[in-house]
Design a protein around this ligand. Structure first.
Ligand SMILES: [Ca+2]
Ligand SMILES: [Ca+2]
Length: 262
C-alpha cells in the first residue's frame, strides 16, 4: 500500500530595511575628475582643478554626478582644499560650493540658485557684509555670513562642511572661519540635487583651485517593518495555510483507503 506524503511548505518572508544608503565622491585629481564633468574654464591642472586662471572674464565649474539617483539626501559631509591666488589687486570674484540642481552652462561664485550654496566671495559688489566673506545661501537667500581673509596666495587650505537636520557646520582654514549649526530655513533637499563647484573672474581676476574633494551622503531607506495589523494578517495567513495542508492530506488519505483493489 502506497502512502503518499503531501508536504506543504509555507514560507513567510518579512523584510526589514533600516539601512542608510550612502553615496560618495572622492578625488585628488591625479587622473581626471571621475564621475563628474568640467565646464567653462575649469581644467585639471597640476593635480587639482583650476576653476579659473588668473585672467579676467572666466567662469568654470565642476559638476559631480548625482550620488544618490532617485533618493533624497538626509545629511552629508564634504571636505576639500581651496586655493585662491595669485590675483589682481583686489582679486575677484570667488568660488562656490553648492548642493542643488546644477545651473545650465557655467556659473561662478553665486552657486546654485536652489538648494544650498556656500559662497566664498572675495570681491565687493556691494554685498552685506562687505567681502571677503563666506555666505551661506538657501534658495538664493543669504541665511548666514562671516567675514575673514579668503585670499590664500595660492596655498591650499582645508574646508569642511557638514549638513544635517540641525543645520550647517563649516570650518574654513583650520578654524579661521567657523559656522556651527547655521540654520537653513527653506532648505528642502530633492533627489535631483547634485554637488557642484563654481568660480568666476570679472574685469579683475584670481586663480581659483580646488583639490582633495571628498563627499559622503546619508540617505534614509524606507522602513519595511510590518504594522501591528500587518502582523495579524501574516499570522492569519500562516494558520490558514496549515489548515489547508492538513485538510488536503486528510482528503487524499481517505480516497486511497476506499479505492478498489484489482
Ligand atoms: Ca591633488
Ligand atoms: Ca562679490
Amino acid at each position: 500500500m502506497k502512502t503518499r506524503i503531501l508536504a506543504i511548505t509555507t514560507v513567510l518572508a518579512v523584510g526589514f530595511s533600516g539601512t542608510c544608503f550612502a553615496g560618495s565622491y572622492s578625488n585628488d585629481f591625479s587622473s581626471g575628475v571621475g564621475a563628474a564633468s568640467l565646464r567653462g574654464s575649469a581644467v585639471v591642472d597640476s593635480g587639482s582643478v583650476r576653476l579659473t586662471p588668473n585672467a579676467g572674464g572666466n567662469e568654470g565649474s565642476l559638476v559631480i554626478d548625482n550620488l544618490d539617483p532617485g533618493r533624497t539626501v538626509q545629511s552629508f559631509d564634504a571636505s576639500f582644499t581651496l586655493a585662491i591666488g595669485p590675483g589682481s589687486t583686489p582679486p575677484a570674484d570667488g568660488v562656490s560650493f553648492s548642493f542643488g540642481p546644477p545651473p545650465g552652462g557655467t556659473y561662478g561664485e553665486s552657486g546654485a540658485p536652489t538648494g544650498i550654496a556656500v559662497v566664498f566671495d572675495i570681491y565687493d559688489n556691494g554685498e552685506t557684509p562687505t567681502p571677503p566673506v563666506i555666505r551661506i545661501m538657501v534658495n538664493g537667500t543669504q541665511v548666514a555670513a562671516t567675514t575673514g581673509t579668503l585670499f590664500t596666495a595660492g596655498a591650499f587650505v582645508p574646508v569642511s562642511i557638514h549638513v544635517d537636520g540641525g543645520g550647517l557646520d563649516l570650518n574654513f582654514n583650520s578654524g579661521a572661519i567657523v559656522f556651527t549649526n547655521a540654520l537653513l530655513p527653506g532648505y528642502v533637499p530633492s533627489s535631483q540635487y547634485q554637488f557642484t563647484f563654481g568660480a568666476r573672474t570679472g574685469s579683475l581676476a584670481a586663480e581659483q583651485r580646488i583639490d582633495d574633494v571628498a563627499i559622503t551622503t546619508s540617505v534614509a531607506a524606507p522602513l519595511a517593518v510590518p504594522t501591528l495589523a500587518e502582523w495579524g494578517t501574516i499570522a492569519l495567513a500562516g494558520l490558514l495555510a496549515l489548515f489547508a495542508a492538513f485538510a488536503l492530506r486528510g482528503a487524499r488519505t481517505g480516497r486511497i483507503g476506499t479505492s478498489r483493489r484489482v
